[in-house]
Each structure stands twice: as structure tokens, then as C-alpha cells.
Design a protein around this ligand. Structure first.
Ligand SMILES: Cc1ncc(COP(=O)(O)O)c(C=O)c1O
Length: 470
């Protein structure tokens, strides 16, 4: 018998196939637009995919934030909302879930991640202090700057190289951090802002060895570590897969150990936690908790709802437990890797190794002929939409914004288009459609031209900026 020419996914990788640990109970129809409709839509949106109407989008990979499919249990939880202004039972479920899975003592609910970033930045940064971190994130850095801090990137150099194969490109460079402490003095460091995984580096993980060593260094100088835990369950999967001694540990055990080396965390629950809205901030220090509870009532809502409805907190509490399921995390991260593997096989330039939540296309490598001040990643994002109605997001010079001191564009080394995969939403067939569209855009790359910015908001410009062909 001749060798069969079609192979299942598992066979292609020399193993038995496995599938998502769920089945679909409800569907949401989507429809494909024509090229002419998309040409009109992208001009109306000023070549900014944030300004498109979602009904003009076919496969929506703008973000993995708030776009997950909730489970039947989470939807059942929505019906159990206790909408009391104070002391909602759903808050206590949320508090218990955070304590159980993350191990922190005190929990402050917030409406989403940036609400928590605002509170921790206001509470823990004095004007003039420095905030070292493993690469910036847009909203995180902005809140640190609004509190009077200056963010300093102390991620390892490998993170800035899209082809570097380092297994933990999210790691902090401890020598860079030590130099900053020596130069500025420990009293002028507000805290270390640590994220796992690192969104802007391509969803790259931090190793357990690194956070352990970071804890030791910070202890020598009396510096706190606060963690952006937004995608920590995905980070834990990479530790399980790649770090010695963790293959037999569960995602839940790894998350708990990781958090034990930090002093607190903030969370955009719209990612790992499989809800459409929500967030929290959790710390161990009782005095800090007291200050945060005072702040939350000013900016978010009472300390037992923080801007969320009771039903949202219930869905979130259930989502936290679901997010720690090993089979779920494997299916989630491996779906992203499936898309990345196709692209790598076709020699399309993407950030390697493939990260946890998204594929990041290397726009500089797509368009070496487009200068960075003509926004190559913005161009690539628009081209992909034009080809097939797939929506991604610019993560390059537009997202990096302007230097508050000089007013110049900040030119990040990484000029990327991000295609973030929502959790439990799309199938392998959707990934095939996405891969083929990217290939087509790549093949057309030499004909593609740059953009100029014709409207620029003062803060977080990538959300609302408008462009025209250069
Ligand atoms: C790493 C990271 N931190 C913080 C945030 C901010 O969270 P939110 O969008 O819920 O305000 C995000 C959101 O995209 C994120 O990816």
C-alpha cells in the first residue's frame, strides 16, 4: 500500500491527535464582505482597524481581550448575579478564586486591567521614580507615566530580535536591572513591573528561574515586584513545556509558585480568565491594600464590585478555575502554534518562537522598502483586512507613541502586526483561512506602499489615529 498523502494534525507531528476539551453549543454567524466593500470600509476607518465596524470583519483577530467564548457554567453563573451594591456574594467567590489560584491575601476588584494599573501606579509610584519592567505595555506604561514615573525597559536583548529562538524571551536582564539600581539608587525605584507573558515582545514567557533570581535581587535592595498576570496561565504552559523540573507540575501549581515570588499582581481578566469584562488587583501587604481600597471607591466602584456587575464577578470566578485546566491551556496555546507553524513552513517572517496568544508578523521584514515613519505594521494590518476581512492590530511605531520629553516618535525595534487569537472561538479551518491570506499579502509585498498619519490623538494614539496613503 502506498503512503497516504493526507495527514491529520497529530500525524504531521508524529503523535496521536488531540482536540479541544469542549464541544460547541451555540454559534454566532459571520459573513464575508467583498473586496469593494472592504476598500470602502478601510478608507472610512482611516486605515485603522480599531475604527472598523465589527460587522465589516470576517475573522476578528484584533485582540484576545474580552473576546473569549464563555462556557455553559459561566453563563449559568451570569444568572446567579447578586447585584447588591455592597457585599455581593459573587465578590466573595471572586476573592476566594484569586486567593486559591494566585495565592495573594487581599483582592481589589476593578472594571478591567487598566483600572487596576491606575490604582497600583497611583499607590506605589512617587513622582520622579523609575519603574523597570520586561518591555513596556501601552496602558501600563501610560499609567506609570501619569503617576510621575519613568518606565525603563530591562528585558533581555533577545526579546528585541524577532528571530532569536531563546525559550524565555520575556526574562528580565538582571544585569540591566542591577545597573539601574546602582545608577539611580534603590529608593528611586518604585517597583519592578513584571509581565508574564510579554505581549509586546510577541507573547513571550518568563522562566521560573528568572522570577526566582529577580526575587533574590530585589530582596537585596528592598524593592517590590508587581506582576501583570494577564496571561500568566499561558506563561505557565511554556514553563511546563520548556523548563526543567516542571513537566509533571500542573498549570495551577506553576501559577501559584510563580506568584509566590512577587508582592502582588494586576489582572486584565478579559484574557486568561475567559470573560468579556473584568479585572482585579491583589497584594499581600495590608497597608497597601488599605490604600488601594480607598482609591478603588474613587475611580472604579465600591471595594466589593470595583466597576463590575455581580454577574460579571461570578462568571469571572468560574473562568479563573477554567483557565487553569491543563487541557484547555494546551488547546489554546497549541492553536496559536498551529497557525505559526504553517507560516514558518511557508517562510513568512513572524516573531519566533511562536508566543502564547498571538502571531506577530514582522512588518519590517515584509516591507523593507517602507520607512518606519510610514508605519509598515499599520500598512500590513490594513493590507490583510483588504485581502480577506481579517482584522489584526498594529504593534509598532504607532503603538509606541511619542517620547513625552522630546515629542518625537518612539521607534521600537519590533515593528509588528499582531493577530491575536480569541480563546475557544475559532476552529482550525479559520486558522487555515488566516494563514492563506497572510501568504497572499506576503506575495504582494513589493507592490505595497506606506501611509501618513493625518490625525493623531495625544494619548494611546493607536486606538483612534487616522491615516492616508503616503
Ligand atoms: C499585558 C497587558 N496588560 C494590561 C492590559 C490592559 O488591560 P485592559 O485592556 O483590560 O484594560 C492588557 C490589555 O490588552 C495587556 O495585554
Amino acid at each position: 500500500m502506498s503512503e497516504p498523502s493526507y495527514k491529520t494534525m497529530g500525524q504531521q507531528f508524529g503523535r496521536r491527535s488531540w482536540a479541544e476539551p469542549w464541544k460547541i453549543k451555540m454559534i454566532e454567524p459571520i459573513h464575508m464582505t467583498t473586496r469593494a466593500e472592504r476598500e470602502r470600509a478601510i478608507v472610512d476607518a482611516g486605515y485603522n482597524t480599531f475604527l472598523l465596524r465589527s460587522e465589516d470583519v470576517y475573522i476578528d483577530l484584533l485582540t484576545d481581550s474580552g473576546t473569549s467564548a464563555m462556557s455553559d457554567r459561566q453563563w449559568a453563573g451570569i444568572m446567579l448575579g447578586d447585584e447588591a451594591y455592597a457585599g455581593s456574594r459573587n465578590f466573595y467567590h471572586l476573592e476566594e478564586a484569586v486567593r486559591t489560584f494566585y495565592g495573594y491575601k487581599h483582592v481589589v476588584p476593578t472594571h478591567q486591567g487598566r483600572g487596576a494599573e491606575h490604582l497600583i501606579s497611583q499607590a506605589e509610584i512617587r513622582a520622579g521614580q523609575f519603574v523597570p519592567g520586561n518591555m513596556y505595555f501601552t496602558t501600563t506604561r501610560l499609567h506609570q507615566e501619569l503617576a510621575g514615573g519613568t518606565f525603563v525597559d530591562v528585558i533581555i536583548d533577545e526579546a528585541h530580535d524577532p528571530q532569536n529562538q531563546h525559550p524565555f524571551k520575556g526574562d528580565v536582564d538582571l544585569e540591566k536591572l542591577q545597573r539601574l539600581i546602582d545608577e539611580k539608587g534603590a529608593e528611586n525605584i518604585a517597583y519592578v513591573s513584571l509581565a508574564g507573558t510579554v505581549n509586546m515582545a510577541g507573547g513571550q514567557p518568563v522562566s521560573m528561574a528568572n522570577v526566582k533570581a529577580l526575587r533574590a535581587l530585589c530582596d537585596r535592595h528592598g524593592i517590590k515586584i508587581y506582576l501583570d498576570a494577564t496571561r500568566l496561565a499561558e506563561n505557565a504552559y511554556f514553563i511546563q513545556l520548556r523548563e526543567d523540573g516542571y513537566a509533571q507540575k500542573s498549570i495551577a501549581e506553576i501559577v501559584l509558585e510563580f506568584c509566590s515570588y512577587t508582592d502582588g499582581a494586576w489582572m486584565s481578566a478579559k484574557k486568561d480568565h475567559l470573560v468579556n469584562i473584568g479585572g482585579w488587583l491583589a497584594v499581600n501587604d495590608a497597608d497597601l491594600f488599605d490604600r488601594l481600597r480607598n482609591l478603588v471607591v474613587v475611580y472604579e466602584g465600591l471595594h466589593t464590585y470595583g466597576g463590575m456587575a455581580g454577574r460579571d464577578m461570578e462568571a469571572l470566578a468560574i473562568g479563573i478555575a477554567e483557565s487553569m485546566d491543563d487541557a484547555h491551556i494546551r488547546a489554546r496555546v497549541e492553536q496559536v502554534r498551529y497557525l505559526g507553524t504553517l507560516l514558518l513552513d511557508w517562510e513568512v517572517p513572524i516573531v519566533e518562537p511562536v508566543g502564547g496568544h498571538a502571531i506577530f508578523l514582522d512588518a519590517k521584514a515584509f516591507y523593507p522598502h517602507i520607512p518606519q515613519d510610514q508605519f509598515p505594521a499599520q500598512v500590513l494590518t490594513a493590507e490583510l483586512y483588504l485581502d480577506s476581512g481579517i482584522r489584526g492590530m498594529e504593534r509598532g511605531v504607532v503603538s509606541a507613541g511619542r517620547d513625552p520629553k522630546t515629542g518625537d516618535h518612539r521607534y521600537p525595534k519590533l515593528e509588528l502586526t499582531r493577530l491575536a487569537i480569541p480563546r475557544r472561538v475559532y476552529t482550525q479551518a479559520h486558522m487555515d483561512v488566516v494563514a492563506e491570506s497572510i501568504k497572499e499579502v506576503y506575495e504582494q509585498r513589493e507592490k505595497t506602499r506606506g501611509l501618513k498619519m493625518v490625525y493623531e490623538p495625544a494619548q494611546l494614539r493607536f486606538f483612534q489615529a487616522r491615516f492616508e496613503p503616503a
